[in-house]
Design a protein around this ligand. Structure first.
Ligand code: SD4
Length: 316
């Protein structure tokens, strides 16, 4: 089976550049998704993952991530505030504990014991974004938490006309890889929704929501508004539909339809999925988005390309 690395949003070219050479040279799928996510986490210019990520409403950067290769092989962390590489910590949770998910202080103690190095996650650029947001929509907003308008996600804003001054928001790197042996792996890493209510955790680190991998059926990963994805167990459902015979594009499209049917969508709501069918199911891959604006990054035998999704549900 030929190697494949599929990831979300333009900035994932950083991930593919870091991870593709080793994958193409025969490296493992799990190594590839962790290396790709780590490269983005370490890049301060990416304002939604790792160092440089956008903080919560209190100005605190809180990172979430997970990795998965099969139902019995997955790891996750959430609310990581002092360590830049939550994906590598999630992998360590999978490999070194009997658990799937560690959060907050306990996750950070685990990271310290495992030798991960602390680093300040809030950059000056992110602090300035937060100060601007706080001035405009801060916690004194008379509507309370519900009055906090979810800002448009960065890539959506870049492709659509949005209100001037809308702050950029939630984006996430989700990665799926297939190695030479045909093994699939998935990872997802994010600083979550910009200016989120402190303590909020989205889909990204939750197995079945942000990522799901079953070597017998396929792999899927999500990006976009976590609350919408969580309402339908998004990534799990994509894989489950592939298990039932759908191709990856139809499976992603069906889950997006389910979201559109069951939520009152707002202008800024975006969701996208990437998916790869298992070897036994033909190995095809696809991406699909709720609205225009999403792009995936694909590396395969033809090289690395940034492309629009195969399917978009809504026109705008
Ligand atoms: C979250 N799904 O925390 C993430 C954010 C994201 O594109 O993917 N934005 O809800």
């Amino acid at each position: 089976m030929s190697e494949l690395l599929l990831s979300t949003w333009t900035f994932a070219t950083i991930a593919n550049a870091a991870a593709w050479p080793a994958l193409q040279a025969g490296g493992g799928a799990l190594d590839a998704v962790v290396a790709g996510a780590t490269a983005i986490e370490d890049d301060e210019t990416v304002d939604c993952v790792g160092v440089g990520g956008t903080p919560d409403a209190d100005g605190v950067v809180a990172l979430d991530a997970c990795v998965m290769t099969d139902p019995n092989r997955c790891g996750a962390v959430a609310d990581i505030r002092h360590y830049p590489n939550p994906t590598a910590i999630a992998r360590r949770v999978m490999e070194k504990t009997i658990h799937v998910m560690l959060v907050g202080e306990g996750a950070e103690q685990f990271a310290a014991r495992e030798g991960f190095q602390k680093r300040t996650l809030l950059t000056e650029a992110a602090r300035q974004r937060w100060l601007k947001w706080r001035q405009e929509h801060g916690p004194n907003d008379p509507n309370g938490y519900r009055g906090w308008v979810p800002p448009p996600n960065i890539e959506h804003a870049a492709h659509q006309s949005t209100e001037p001054g809308d702050p950029p928001s939630h984006d996430t790197v989700s990665l799926l890889a297939r190695d030479r042996a045909g093994t699939l792996a998935g990872a997802c890493s994010t600083s979550g929704m910009a200016f989120k209510v402190p303590g909020r955790v989205g889909d990204s680190p939750i197995i079945g929501h942000g990522v799901y991998v079953d070597q017998r059926a396929g792999a899927a990963a999500a990006t976009g508004n976590g609350e919408l994805i969580m309402g339908v167990c998004g990534s799990f459902l994509v894989v489950e539909l592939m298990r039932q015979g759908a191709g990856p594009q139809d499976a992603c499209a069906e889950v997006l339809r389910r979201i559109a049917e069951r939520f009152e969508l707002e202008r800024n709501h975006q969701v996208a999925f990437i998916a790869i069918a298992s070897q036994a199911r033909g190995g095809a891959w696809a991406s699909a988005a709720l609205r225009p604006g999403f792009v995936h990054v694909i590396s395969d035998e033809r090289g690395t390309r940034v492309e629009p999704p195969h399917f978009t549900l809504l026109k705008s």
